[in-house]
Design a protein around this ligand. Structure first.
Ligand code: GCU
Length: 660
C-alpha cells in the first residue's frame, strides 16, 4: 500500500531502466554484522535502479586502503564513482563497518533523489559525535507530548518479544546518521532503573547495536531513595555515590555499550541536587564518576526554572549554569534547549550558547511539535533548527555560530552532542502526519552536518518520500519551506511566545491567566494592556539582553535595531509604535495574522495541484490536515485579534477582514 509507514526509505522501482546485476565486493562479510547490513541495504535499494557495474566496499582491513582516506573518523565515509565504458565503478571506503553503512545510506539517498551516480565524489564525517533522539516515552506506554500514538516500546512483552518495528526504527535512524536513543521520559520514573527494565533496555540495545545506535536512559535523581532505600540522594553522600556506581555496573553488565544517563533535575518539580543545596555540577559529576569507568556520559539538562524564583523565566537557566562553567566533569554534556523558554515557534537562541566555553554544551531540539500544531499542522522544522544553529553568538567574534559551539570547534571540545525530542509513536505513519516525518529526517541530517540548508534537506526528503521527479520535488519543497513562518504568523508573530492554550498547548490562549504558576500563563509573556504589548527584557525591564555578548546586547537594547521577528520578545511597545516601514505595531501585527491565514490557503492550493502525483492515501491525509490547519489558523487569528482589541479598542487596519 502507498501509505507512509516506509518513511523515506521507499526504494520505488525505477521505470524504463533494465535491471542488471551489481557485483558487490567486500572482504569477508562473515562475522561482520554491520557489513552484512550494509550489503543487504545496498541490494535492496539498488536493485530497482538498474545501476550497472561493480560496487566495492572497503575498510583498512582490505589491503588496498588509500592513504588519502586516513583522516576519516570512525563514522565517516568516502564515496566515489566513475564511468568506465557503459558501466559505473562505485566505491565506498570507511574506517569502520558503521562508516560503510552510513556510506551506503548516503549513496542510496543520492540514488533515490535523482543524483548523477556516474560522477560521485563525496567525503563526509559527522560534525557532532552524539546524535540522539530523546523519547519522552513513559513506562505505561503513553508518550509525553507525543502526537503519533502510543510508545513504540512494548515494555510489557520485552525483553522476550523483539518486535520487528525496533529494527525498522533503527534502520530509519541509521539512514540519517542518528546514533543514540534515550528510551524513557525525562520526567523519569525510578522503575526504569530496576533489573526488569534494564533487561528490556538491553534487548532493545541488542537490536539497535548493528545499526550503530546506543541506548541511554533518563535517570530519576531520587532513585537511590526510591529503589535503594537510602535516606538521601545528596550527591556528596558516599552511600549515594556508591549506589549509583553499583547501578552503573549493573547496567553495563547487561548493556556493555550503554550510552549513559539523561537527567532533568530541579525543574518543573523534579528532584535534584539543589534539594541538598548542591549545584548542578556536583550532581552531574557524581553520576559522571559512576559512568566514567565504562565510557558513559551524563547529559544534564539546563531546562531549569523554579516556581519560587521571581526572576524572568528566560534568565533562570543562564543564572544557574553560567557560574558553573569549567566545573563539569569531562564526560558531562550540559543539554540546552535551542531557546530560553520552551520550544516556541520562534525563540532567539539560548544565551548559554557561547557563554560556557569550558563546558561541553549540547543542543536540545523538539522534533515533536508541542507548540507548532502538533500532528495536524504542516510546519516543517528544518528552518527552525537551522535558524538556531546558524545564529551567531559573537562569543569570539563574527562566525561564532551556535553550530560551532555545538560541534565543539569554537572552544575545542571533543565530546559533542545534539538531541531531538522524538516525534515517533505507534501510528501507521510513525510521526502523526506524513510531513512530520520530514522533521525526524531533517534533525538527523542537521545533526550530521549543521550547515546543510533546510531547502536541500526538504528536497532530498521529498524526492525519497514522494517522487524524484523534479516537478514534484520543487512543488513539495515550495510548500514546506515557508510553512514554519506561516505558523509563526498565525500563532505568535513579531516575537510573541507561549500564547498557546494552557490545556495541551494547541490552539490560542493569549488571555489565559488562571494557572497558579505565573510563568505558565500566556499573559506573563505578552504583557498586553490598553497601551501596548511585549516583554521588556532591556535595562528598563528584566535585563535578559545582558546575558548575550555585548555586541548583541547593544543591538537588542533598542527596538529600532532589533529584528522584527524578535521584537516583542525583547521589547514592550505601544500599540502605536512605528515599524520600520511606517505602519503602526498594531496594524503590522494584524497583517502578520492575516498573512498566516492566507499562507495556509496557499499551501492548500499548492497541495491540491499535486494530486495527480501523490498516492491517494497520503494525498488525502495531508489534504484533510491542511483543512484542519486552515480552520485553526483562522481561529488563532480571530481569537488573538479579538483579545488584543478588548484591551486596545483599535479598529482593524484597512483591508483586513472581520473575524470569520
Ligand atoms: C515542556 C513540556 C513538558 C516537558 C518539559 C521538559 O515544558 O511541556 O511536557 O516535560 O518541556 O522539557 O522537561
Amino acid at each position: 500500500a502507498e501509505d507512509g509507514h516506509q518513511l523515506w526509505l521507499r526504494y520505488p522501482p525505477a521505470t524504463g531502466t533494465p535491471d542488471r546485476a551489481v557485483t558487490i565486493t567486500a572482504a569477508d562479510p562473515l562475522g561482520r554484522p554491520q557489513l552484512k547490513l550494509a550489503i543487504a541495504e545496498l541490494k535492496r535499494g539498488l536493485a530497482p535502479q538498474g545501476v550497472q557495474g561493480p560496487f566495492r566496499l572497503m575498510t583498512p582491513a582490505d589491503g588496498s586502503w588509500p592513504a588519502r582516506y586516513d583522516h576519516l573518523g570512525a563514522e565517516g565515509f568516502a564515496l566515489s564513482s566513475r564511468k568506465v565504458g557503459d558501466r559505473i565503478d562505485t566505491q565506498i571506503a570507511a574506517k569502520t563497518d558503521l562508516g560503510l553503512l552510513y556510506g551506503v545510506f548516503h549513496y542510496l539517498r543520492l540514488a533515490h533523489s535523482g543524483a548523477d551516480l556516474a560522477r560521485l565524489d563525496v567525503v563526509s564525517s559527522p560534525r557532532i559525535a552524539l546524535r540522539v533522539l530523546d523519547h519522552w516515552d513513559n513506562l505505561d506506554g503513553t508518550v509525553e507530548r507525543g502526537y503519533a500514538g502510543a510508545s513504540i516500546w512494548d515494555w510489557w512483552r520485552l525483553p522476550d518479544w523483539r518486535d520487528p518495528i525496533y529494527t525498522d526504527y533503527a534502520r530509519a535512524n541509521a539512514s540519517v546518521g542518528i546514533n543514540g536513543a534515550v528510551l524513557n521520559n525525562v520526567n523519569a520514573k525510578a522503575d526504569s532503573l530496576t533489573a526488569p527494565y534494564i533487561a528490556k533496555a538491553a534487548a532493545l540495545a541488542d537490536v539497535f547495536r548493528p545499526w550503530g545506535i546506543k541506548v541511554y536512559l533518563s535517570a530519576r535523581w531520587s532513585a537511590p531513595i526510591e529503589l535503594g532505600g537510602l535516606k538521601t540522594a545528596d550527591p556528596l553522600d558516599p552511600a549515594v555515590a556508591a549506589w549509583w556506581r553499583a547501578k552503573a555496573d549493573e547496567i553495563y553488565r547487561a548493556i556493555p555499550d550503554f550510552g549513559g544517563f539523561l537527567v532533568k533535575a530541579n525543574s518543573e518539580g523534579q528532584p535534584g541536587p539543589a534539594d541538598y543545596h548542591r549545584t548542578h555540577a556536583q550532581g552531574a559529576n557524581m553520576l559522571a564518576a559512576a559512568l566514567k569507568p565504562h565510557g558513559g556520559v551524563v547529559m544534564w539538562r539546563a531546562f531549569v526554572y523554579a516556581h519560587d524564583n521571581p526572576e524572568d523565566r528566560a534568565k533562570q537557566a543562564y543564572n544557574d549554569f553560567k557560574p558553573l562553567d569549567g566545573q563539569f566533569a569531562d564526560n558531562v554534556l550540559v543539554q540546552v534547549k535551542n531557546g530560553a523558554i520552551d520550544f516556541q515557534p520562534r525563540e532567539p537562541f539560548h544565551p548559554l550558547f557561547g557563554a560556557m566555553p569550558r563546558t561541553n554544551l549540547m543542543m536540545e531540539f523538539q522534533i515533536t511539535k508541542e507548540y507548532l500544531g502538533q500532528s495536524t499542522h504542516m510546519t516543517y522544522l528544518g528552518p527552525l533548527f537551522s535558524e538556531a544553529l546558524q545564529a551567531d553568538t559573537l562569543a569570539q567574534g563574527k562566525g561564532s555560530t551556535v553550530a560551532r559551539v555545538v560541534d565543539g570547534s569554537l572552544d575545542g571540545h571533543r565530546l559533542t552532542g545534539i538531541a531531538g525530542v522524538a516525534n515517533i509513536g505507534a501510528n501507521r505513519d510513525w510521526s502523526g502526519s506524513i510531513f512530520n516525518q520530514a522533521d525526524w529526517y531533517a534533525f538527523g541530517r542537521l545533526a550530521w552536518n549543521p550547515d546543510l540548508s533546510p531547502e536541500s534537506i526538504a528536497r532530498e526528503w521529498a524526492a525519497q518520500t514522494f517522487s524524484p521527479a523534479p516537478k514534484v520535488v520543487e512543488a513539495v519543497t515550495a510548500i514546506m519551506i515557508p510553512s514554519r513562518e506561516v505558523a509563526v504568523d498565525y500563532m505568535t508573530p513579531l516575537g510573541l511566545a507561549h500564547q498557546m492554550s494552557v490545556y495541551g498547548h494547541y490552539g490560542p490562549g493569549p488571555w489565559v491567566n488562571t494557572l497558579a504558576r505565573p510563568e505558565w500563563n500566556p499573559v506573563y509573556y505578552n504583557r498586553a494592556d490598553a497601551q501596548g504589548i511585549g516583554f521588556d527584557r532591556t535595562a528598563s525591564g528584566s535585563k535578559a539582553i545582558a546575558q548575550y555578548s555585548p555586541a548583541i546586547a547593544a543591538r537588542l537594547a533598542r527596538p529600532e535595531t532589533t529584528d522584527d521577528k524578535d521584537l516583542l520578545w525583547f521589547h514592550h511597545l505601544p500599540w502605536t509604535y512605528r515599524m520600520k516601514d511606517g505602519a503602526t505595531l498594531w496594524d503590522d501585527l494584524v497583517r502578520h495574522y492575516d498573512r498566516g491565514v492566507s499562507g495556509v490557503e496557499n499551501m492548500q492550493g499548492q497541495w491540491q495541484a499535486l494530486k495527480p502525483a501523490i498516492d491517494a492515501e497520503r494525498f488525502e491525509k495531508t489534504s484533510v490536515f491542511l483543512t484542519i490547519q486552515r480552520r485553526d489558523a483562522q481561529l488563532w487569528r480571530d481569537a488573538s485579534i479579538a483579545y488584543w482589541q478588548s484591551l486596545n479598542h483599535l479598529p482593524l487596519p484597512a483591508g483586513s477582514a472581520p473575524p470569520a
